[in-house]
Design a protein around this ligand. Structure first.
Ligand code: TPP
Ligand code: MG
Length: 789
């Protein structure tokens, strides 16, 4: 039958079976055939993959268009990789190396997989919620007059496990979706009623349905497959349907695992009538009966095609598709099947069913009829017509630092004024900025930016307070060309929104420069979503303010201690904590450029590779007002600010002590240095603007030298090179002392690290600096200890 076109349903069914085989084999191979020198478990999810095989195959081979974007259930990665392989978008070697170094990833990854992964998944719930934000970003971009309208709108689709619905992200984002008029969003639930640990509670369905409906979603349920619907139409079929509907989740799963004979025995016991029902059952062999009972809607290609093709895009839709975990494999239904894998005997059983010859396990259409027709079919599926679905957008030029004068200010206030200055410009950069904040827009300094650039909504709404002539400093006008996305208080949503907006160039072909502002301590509240956004290589500017204990009366519960360490250790995020407004101006201008870089990392490892590839930026700011340094920032100083440090008071050859500070303790460091210097002691002051970049540069230089590049030195090594060996370093930061404590090990200077280790004490700045020993007195005392007094 070579060359003959085969029916669409038949083709997708064949491809479902093939993906199921390849996924099962991929996991089996990685665990039982590939050498494993460490003996550490490799893992992989055969049952979870089988559960979704038909849904994924129906989507990719039948329903999706190139502009659609997907978040695939993390533990369905094997079947996802298999489908990409069948479409020629993934190499055989990557499947052979599944879960090995350089191979196909355990969970689909935008950055580490080589195929076309739209959204990474892995931490359950995040990928699902991400699709909602991606859709809102798509609407934002399309509402702008600068965006190209020729590109078709895509649907943002999540394939989720039913247990993923336990994650709070799902419900937090439902609220935002409702507010922002979410559309073009499908969530397809693999309703196998099993999680990792066991079988889910009865009655979950009703809860899910009620919640989604309450938020304006359409709920579409697919319970029975075509085979079951046919059987229900036979005499006695109604009774069978009623039995299935009443069957508890755990019993259905258990019978599924035990197979056809067990089904027959149970059904005969419970609804056998020596009449129509018994006849219905006995018309089927054990094997046919097992197939019938496994023919839940989520495994039925015909039903799935119907479901997806009649779905609406204007209303967000959740599809609840009944499935059996481990469908089509000997693992079907067993409650321990999440991480459970087929034994070698079971995989042989599967091999026989799929007619796979020894040594031909990876072959594309092995064991299938009509291989040529299938290959033809796969080449022509709509999804497969675009070579790469990753888009690009040109970088928008930055406009240079916006200096705001030298009057005393806090970095938070300066941030507001710098953005205001940017908002006044008629620049492409200003147009591409989109700001967002979880209900702290005004209190983090974004107010005047929003007043100038308005809030985004698909439909125009005026500010009622303004209409009623009530004086207010905030003008909240919502318009399609507004540039602020208002969010409720949910920091996870902030990071998901930043993640989605920060991928706009790649997802929608339009550059956005997202800025997100939140209270610094609440970064921890959204940390996994922040990590997730960085892992996907989303590009954004994050502003944490106020921070530290310097927020004083704002209260102990709002203090941040660990955030500089988070900034240092979070891959993909360059963090800064400037003290002065001019530093901040330089950093913000640099950040907008850095966020748009796309270079390939140089292999020599000498650079911090991120400088070439770019990334996101985090600014830790403060509400504490500082006197400014009257100066012009010349290019060498601007460079040092970006590299992470400069001498505010340079060392002399007789230097006895270096005070190194980051952030608001600048004034305490300067005061302590003045007191000590007054005693004719030789003191230098090192202004650290980014412990993160300073440390990263040092790490990179050490790595380069380990690789034989002995010439390389880092910025911090150069800064400290003339400090006499007997001199000491005193570091000071309103955060955990480990942020700067490492400075002593760069060239071996003894170091005292001052900082904050305890949480929650409220007071004035003076009280708290005294309490934690980070004020000028404490810095002075630490220095004097060095002199032996
Ligand atoms: C945030 C997070 N917590 C825990 C896990 C570990 N984990 C992986 S899958 C899973 C449950 C899977 O159940 P379900 O979503 O129903 O998937 P399926 O039954 O389709 O395999 C858990 C707890 C994880 N990946 N992410
Ligand atoms: Mg499940």
């Amino acid at each position: 039958m070579a060359g003959k076109s085969i029916e669409r349903i038949e083709a997708i069914e064949a491809l479902t079976r093939k993906s199921l085989w390849l996924a099962s084999w991929m996991v089996h191979h990685a665990n039982h055939i590939r050498p494993n020198p460490d003996g550490v478990k490799v893992g992989g999810h055969q049952a979870s993959s089988a559960s979704m095989a038909a849904m994924l195959a129906t989507l990719y081979f039948g329903v999706l268009k190139p502009e659609d974007r997907l978040a695939v259930k993390p533990h369905a990665a094997p079947v996802f990789h298999a489908i990409q392989y069948l479409m020629g978008r993934q190499s055989r070697q990557k499947l052979i190396d599944f879960r090995a170094f350089g191979g196909a990833q355990s969970y689909p990854s935008r950055t580490k997989d080589t195929e076309d992964v739209d959204f990474s998944t892995g931490s359950v719930g995040l990928g699902v919620a991400f699709t909602a934000f991606a859709s809102m970003v798509q609407d934002y971009v399309r509402a702008k007059d600068w965006s190209g309208k020729e590109r078709p709108e895509g649907r943002m689709i999540a394939l989720a496990g039913d247990a993923e619905l336990d994650e709070g992200n799902i419900y937090e984002c439902l609220l935002e979706g409702w507010k922002h008029g979410l559309r073009n969003c499908w969530w397809i639930i693999d309703y196998n009623r099993q999680s990792l640990d066991g079988v889910v509670r009865e009655g979950l369905y009703d809860r899910i349905e009620a919640i989604f409906k309450a938020f304006g979603w359409k709920v579409v349920t697919l319970k029975y497959g075509a085979l079951q619907r046919t059987a229900f139409a036979e005499p006695g079929g109604e009774k069978l349907k009623a039995w299935i509907d009443a069957c508890p989740n755990d019993l259905y799963s258990a019978l599924m695992f035990r197979g056809g004979a067990a089904w027959r025995e149970r059904l005969n016991d419970e609804i056998g009538d020596q009449g129509e029902v018994s006849a219905l059952l006995s018309r089927r062999s054990d094997e046919e009966l097992a197939t019938l009972m496994a023919n839940l809607g989520g495994h039925c290609v015909e039903s799935l095609l119907d479901q997806f093709e009649s779905a609406d895009n204007e209303q967000p839709t959740v599809f609840i598709n009944y499935t059996v975990k481990g469908w089509g494999t000997p693992l079907a239904g067993h409650k321990d099947n999440h991480a459970g894998q087929m034994t070698s005997a079971q995989i042989e059983q599967l091999r026989a069913t799929h007619k796979i010859r020894d040594g031909h396990e990876w072959e594309l259409f092995e064991g299938l009829e009509h291989a040529d027709a299938l290959a033809d079919f796969v080449r022509n599926v709509p999804f497969n017509t675009a070579a790469s679905r990753r888009l690009t957008a040109p970088a928008v030029p930055t406009i240079g630092p916006q200096f705001i004068g030298t009057g005393a200010t806090s970095t938070q206030a300066a941030f507001g004024r710098i953005l205001d200055a940017i908002a006044r410009t008629d620049s492409e950069m200003a147009r591409r900025i989109v700001s967002t904040s979880p209900d702290v827009t005004v209190s983090t300094g974004l107010g005047s930016w929003v007043n100038r650039r308005n809030l985004f909504a698909r439909k125009e709404t005026a500010d009622l307070f303004q209409k009623e002539a009530i004086p207010s400093t905030q003008k909240w006008r919502f318009t399609p060309d507004g540039q602020h996305m208002e969010l409720g208080i949910a920091e996870m949503n902030l990071f998901l929104m930043l993640g989605a907006a920060g991928l706009s160039h790649s997802l929608f072909g339009e550059r956005l420069l997202p800025i997100g502002a939140l209270y610094d301590p609440f970064i921890s509240r959204g940390l996994d979503a922040l990590n997730y956004a960085c892992y996907q290589d989303a590009r954004f500017l994050l502003v944490g303010t106020p921070s530290g204990v310097s927020l004083a009366g704002e209260g102990g519960a709002h203090q941040s201690i660990a955030s500089p360490l988070i900034g240092m250790s979070q891959d993909g995020l360059a963090s800064f904590e400037p003290a002065f407004a001019d530093e901040l101006s330089v950093i913000i201008d640099w950040a907008f450029d850095y966020m748009q870089r796309t270079g390939d990392a140089r292999p020599d490892l000498a650079d911090w590779p991120r400088d070439v590839t770019g990334g996101s930026v985090y600014l830790r700011l403060s509400t504490r007002t500082l006197e400014q340094v009257p100066r012009e920032i010349a290019p060498p100083l601007a460079n040092d600010i970006i590299r992470g440090a400069y001498w505010l008071q340079p060392p002399s050859p007789q230097c006895e002590v270096v005070i190194a500070y980051q952030g608001v303790l600048a004034s305490e460091a300067i005061e302590a240095a003045a007191r000590i210097g007054g005693d004719r002691r030789n003191v230098a002051v090192l202004a650290v603007t980014s412990a993160d970049r300073l440390n990263a540069g040092w790490q990179a230089a050490q790595r380069a030298r380990l690789h034989g590049d002995f010439e390389t030195t880092s910025h911090i090594e150069t800064l400290l090179e003339d400090i006499p060996h007997r001199a000491r370093i005193v570091t000071a930061i309103d955060a955990h002392p480990a942020t700067l404590g490492w400075l002593g090990s760069v060239l071996g200077h003894r170091t005292t690290a001052l900082g904050v280790e305890h949480f929650g004490q409220t007071g004035t700045v003076t009280d708290l600096y005294r309490h934690f020993g980070i004020g000028a007195d404490a810095i002075e005392a630490a220095c004097r200890q060095v002199f032996g007094r």
